[in-house]
Write a protein that binds this ligand. Sequence first.
Ligand SMILES: C[S@@+](CC[C@H](N)C(=O)[O-])C[C@H]1O[C@@H](n2cnc3c(N)ncnc32)[C@H](O)[C@@H]1O
Length: 306
Amino acid sequence: MPNSPVLTKGQVVPIPSSVMRRALGLTIAETRHSTMMVSAGSEQGRNDLDLGIEALTQATLLTQETGMDWDAFFAVHRDLPREGPGLAEDVAWAGQLIGISPQGFVCDAGCGPGGDLAALRQLVPHGRIDGFETVSHFVEAAREKFSGDPSVRIFEASMEHLSGPYDLIWSAGAVYFLGVPRALNAWRSALADNGAVAFSHPCLFTDTPSEAALAFWEAEPGSIETEATTCAQIAAIGWQVLATRTLSDAAWTAYYGPLLTRCDTLEAAGTSASVAAAIAAARKEASDWSAVAGQTGYVLYVVRPV
Ligand SMILES: C[S@@+](CC[C@H](N)C(=O)[O-])C[C@H]1O[C@@H](n2cnc3c(N)ncnc32)[C@H](O)[C@@H]1O
C-alpha cells in the first residue's frame, strides 16, 4: 500500500481524483446529507487521516469529479433544524425500549446542528448529554440550543473517540461515515453496564432494488445494505439487535421540508452560480428520494454488546 498523505489539522486540500484516491488507499465520499468523510483504506496513516477529517469537513473544497463547491454546499446546509431524517418520536421509542433512567448519560454521536438534542433531553431530564460533531457551524448551532444548560455539552471532535460511560449512544444518520463494525467496536468500551447504541442507517427494503434506488446512495460512504445484512454485520462483531424501526416518511419530511424552504429563501435573495448549483443538487436529492422511498430509506437499530 503506498504511503498515505500527511494532512495537518486546519489544512485545506483539494480532494484527489478517484484514480489518485485508489492509489493512496483512501475512501473519500461526498455525502448528500451533510459533509464529507475520509477514512483510510488501511490502518497505516489512519491518525494523519483522522486529523485531516476536520480540515476536510470545514469545506472551502472543490471536488475535481463533481465540481461541487463545498462552501456553496454549506451555504445551503446551514440554519437547518437537522441534517438527516428523524423525529422526536424515534428518539422516544429508543429510550423507552431500553428503559433509560431520567438521570441517564447520553451521547449524540454526529449530532449535526443538534436536531435531536431536545428529544434526548426529554429522555434524561435529570441526566447529561454529550454531543460530538466535526463541522464547526453545526457545533455552534447545537451549542446555542442548550447554551444555558451545563449538563448538555457539545464537543467539536470525532465521535469515534468516546469515553462515556453512556447509557445510550444515539447516532442519527452518522454511523455510515465510519461503517457499522468500526463504529460499534469503537463504542463498546464507552457504554455503561447495560448501555445501548441506537443508530439510524441507510437500508435497502428489497433484494432487487432499481438502479434509481441504488443511485440514491451512490455518493455515500460504504456499501448499501438490507436490514438482514446490517443485522448480520452487527451479530458478526458480537452485538445483539434489540429492535429495529423504519423511519417514516414524516421523518424524511422533517429533513427535506426545511431544506427546500431554505433553497427558496436563498433563491429569493439572489445567489451565486455555485450556490445555485448546490440548491439544484439539494432539490434533486429531495425529488430522487420521493421516487425511491418505497425501496430504500433509513432503519433505526437498537443494539447492545452480547
Ligand atoms: C447526516 S448528518 C446527521 C446529523 C444529525 N444527527 C441529524 O440527524 O440532524 C451526519 C453528521 O455526522 C457528522 N459526522 C460525520 N463523521 C463524524 C465524525 N467522525 N465525528 C463526529 N461527527 C461526524 C457530520 O458532520 C454530520 O453532521
